[in-house]
Design a protein around this ligand. Structure first.
Ligand code: SF4
Length: 222
């Protein structure tokens, strides 16, 4: 593809935003949650794990520990046993305990509403904070997970591998009110169409604006 001007890329990004909104008007986050606390905990558990598995586990987890204070006082061994099937359960149990204790000790048992405060919680990385801001509090946020990374790289909207740099690249291209919806739709698109191994380019709603090499689009070989 010939070198693209900044303006051309911004226009292309807006066409992509519109096409995804048209193709997936009802895309929503797959992690089941009833409030910001549950979403925070579910998102921490979703690292290296499918959302389906997290949803199975959180049913029991939130039955036993419905509030931050309950989870903050959980027995570590019992907690590990409940979340074991999500993988990396020792580290995740530490994160859940640390986050819940921070919520109780520093925020009166409530989930804070700013990126700075959220990322100050033990076990909460920027992506998790952005998921909570966008989905629980309605603050426009771009949460860069593996789908956001792969799809936006293929779309030529970022050349970076670093989630923070990808977020910055997208902030410059996607209108702010669209950030949360764009995140939802790209993740959905990454699941149903632009998969890591065999993207279904022939069915893709943003095919015309995707520079991913045409021979790969035909072969679907990456
Ligand atoms: S055309 Fe193919 S590579 Fe590009 S976004 Fe669509 S599915 Fe992904």
């Amino acid at each position: 593809m010939a070198r693209e001007s900044k303006q051309a890329r911004a226009e292309r990004a807006r066409r992509i935003v519109r096409a995804l909104a048209h193709a997936y008007p009802d895309a929503k986050i797959a992690l089941r949650h009833r409030n910001a606390f549950e979403l925070l905990i579910a998102t921490i558990l979703s690292a290296q794990c499918t959302d389906e598995k997290v949803n199975e586990v959180t049913r029991e987890l939130f039955r036993r520990y419905p509030k931050p204070a309950d989870l903050a006082h959980a027995d570590p061994n019992e907690l590990e046993a409940v979340i074991r099937s999500t993988g990396f359960y020792r580290q995740k149990a530490k994160s859940l305990l640390g986050t819940s204790r921070d919520l109780c000790e520093r925020f009166g048992g409530r989930v804070p509403r700013s990126l700075e405060e959220l990322t100050s919680l033990r076990g909460v990385a920027r992506k998790t904070a952005n998921v909570v801001l966008g989905e629980a509090f309605g603050v426009p946020a771009l949460a860069v997970d593996t789908h956001m990374k792969r799809v936006n790289q293929r779309l030529g909207l970022t050349a970076s591998d670093d989630p923070n740099a990808i977020e910055r690249d997208l902030m410059a291209l996607i209108p702010e009110p669209e950030w949360t919806g764009y995140t939802r739709r790209v993740i959905h698109h990454g699941r149903v169409c632009c998969g890591s191994r065999k993207p279904r380019c022939e069915l893709c709603p943003v095919r015309k604006d995707c520079p991913w090499p045409a021979d790969r689009k035909r072969a679907g070989d990456r």
